[in-house]
Design a protein around this ligand. Structure first.
Ligand code: ADQ
Length: 467
């Protein structure tokens, strides 16, 4: 059996019994590595004065990890710079926030090359390499440049932007061209895949081949739609556990008969928090009779605090939440509970279950796992309503949610009103349809779909079709 080599910016091994504070992605990748006796390669998160190429090997919970340290300049230019100040905003359609600096691009190329340099000697002939996400778009090409002939796959966890937006990025042609070093590229949705295809065809002259693949000259790449899921079975079990039950009761008591609306997001401008607050404010303004029968719990732990645009969004949201509570709060009611910290998954599961509405309204999101977690946490006999942005990748699968345009405060306000008055029979009907997808297309399904395509097995050829 081939070994699986996973390459990602950070390495986060998670136990097989993990329902804890680990992300679903860490769980999925750890499971893939256990199944294929592999190696997980990435940045340690540590700094070093001078890059030495030293690799720190460890064995954690059945998975071998190999990590390297990076220099301050690497972290500034590659991670804070090109990954989070150039590609992240651009790929989330925010060219107004995207910063195009040659130093960032240079640092990104340098670190991608450093990954390839240090990884290359570890590879054996039959290994398959699976590179994750926007930090490492160039690793495939850098490995090929060093003579690597192994199968190499890539998965993009964020959207792929439309051609007109990507065209604003200096060096976009070379970046996309370099991705033809991969054998397979996976996306969460057909929309992201088609944007990639459009750029490659119209700007680089790529031609369609085989089963939906593309070729430039004699280099071909297979394109795959593989929407990531959650660990649905574990999540359902967590909701029934004592920690989730306690969290559920705590929330119910503090809700005091009011309907809770919940939002859970990393504090990021792509998540549409400003617009969400505006939509909720609109609801409070337009529906005075319902005002005091609801409250919004927004949980948003800060992320990427070294990047200026993240500091700005935090300040803006502090101001907005203060304004909403200042305008509407009463001695016995606060309309918006805005909390900037993380919670263990079991606690979140209990909170989700206590919420009448799950409000998931990113302006753009590769997938969005919170939407799926909210669905998985509901009581089958009395489920809440998922309000979901049509611009989240998850909307392609979860079409039985109440889909909204997150830019429209009026639509958000209407959707909240509609969800609050939705009859139980309709809530159950919608939830069953949503849950069927969340159960069928869980993270194990996603992992198999990706690894089978990567391994080029027969099963993959049969299974890979439109989800
Ligand atoms: P993210 O942008 O991080 O992921 P998302 O998919 O919603 O977004 O995943 C967030 C995870 O963090 C969820 O599992 C959630 O429960 C957890 N989380 C959020 N706030 C938390 C809190 N306060 N406490 C504890 N946990 C919290 C990127 C892409 C997504 C894509 C994923 C996976 O941006 O579009 O779905 O990768 O591919």
């Amino acid at each position: 059996m081939s070994r699986m080599i996973v390459v990602s910016n950070r390495v986060q091994v998670s136990g097989s019994d993990a329902g804890g504070a680990q992300g679903g992605l860490a769980v999925a990748l750890s499971a893939a590595l256990r199944e294929h006796q592999g190696l997980w390669f990435g940045w340690s998160g540590e700094r070093t004065d001078t890059f030495s190429g030293h690799i720190d090997f460890r064995r954690e919970q059945g998975v071998t990890t190999a990590t390297i340290d990076l220099e301050d300049q690497d972290i500034e230019e590659y991670y804070d710079g090109y990954a989070n100040r150039t590609l992240w905003p651009l790929f989330h359609y925010r060219i107004d926030l995207a910063e195009y600096e040659r130093d960032f691009a240079g640092g990104y190329a340098r670190v991608n090359a450093r990954f390839a340099d240090t990884l290359r000697p570890l590879l054996e002939t039959d290994d398959v390499v699976w590179v994750q996400d926007y930090h490492l778009l160039l690793v495939g090409a850098e490995l090929r440049r060093r003579g690597c002939r192994n199968r190499i796959g890539f998965f993009l966890h964020i959207p792929w932007p439309p051609k007109r937006l990507l065209s604003t990025l200096p060096g976009a042609d070379a970046l996309v061209r370099a991705m033809f070093a991969y054998d397979v590229i996976g996306f969460h949705t057909r929309e992201w895949l088609e944007s990639f295809r459009e750029y490659a065809v119209l700007e680089l002259g790529a031609v369609p081949v085989g089963n939906g693949g593309l070729a430039i000259g004699d280099t071909t790449v297979e394109l795959l739609v593989a929407p990531i899921g959650i660990e649905t079975a574990d999540f359902k079990a967590a909701v029934e556990g004592s920690i989730a039950r306690a969290a559920f009761r705590q929330m119910q008591e503090s809700a005091n008969g009011r309907a809770m609306i919940i939002g859970v997001d990393r504090l990021d401008y792509s998540k549409g928090l400003e617009e969400r607050f505006a939509g909720y404010e609109r609801f409070l303004r337009d529906c005075p009779d319902q005002r005091k029968s609801v409250f919004l719990l927004q949980i948003a732990p800060p992320s990427r605090a070294t990047v200026e645009s993240y500091r700005r969004i935090r300040a803006t949201l502090d101001g907005l939440s203060g304004r909403i509570n200042g305008a509407y709060a009463d001695v016995d009611w606060v309309p918006l509970r805005y909390v900037n910290r993380g919670y263990p998954r079991e606690v979140l599961a209990g909170f989700y279950r206590a919420a009448r509405i799950g409000l998931v309204t990113p302006l753009r999101d590769g997938m969005n796992l919170v939407a799926k977690e909210y669905v998985a946490a509901q009581d089958p006999d009395d489920p809440g309503v998922l309000i979901l942005s049509r611009f989240a990748g998850a909307a392609a699968q979860l079409s039985d949610a109440v889909l909204v345009n997150p830019y429209s405060a009026e639509e958000l306000s209407d959707a909240i009103g509609r969800a609050l008055s939705m009859r139980r029979a309709e809530r159950i009907r919608r939830w069953r349809a949503l849950m069927a997808v969340v159960e069928r297309e869980d993270v194990i399904w996603w992992r198999r779909r990706c690894t089978e395509a990567l391994l080029g097995t027969q099963a993959a050829a049969e299974e890979i079709r439109e989800p």
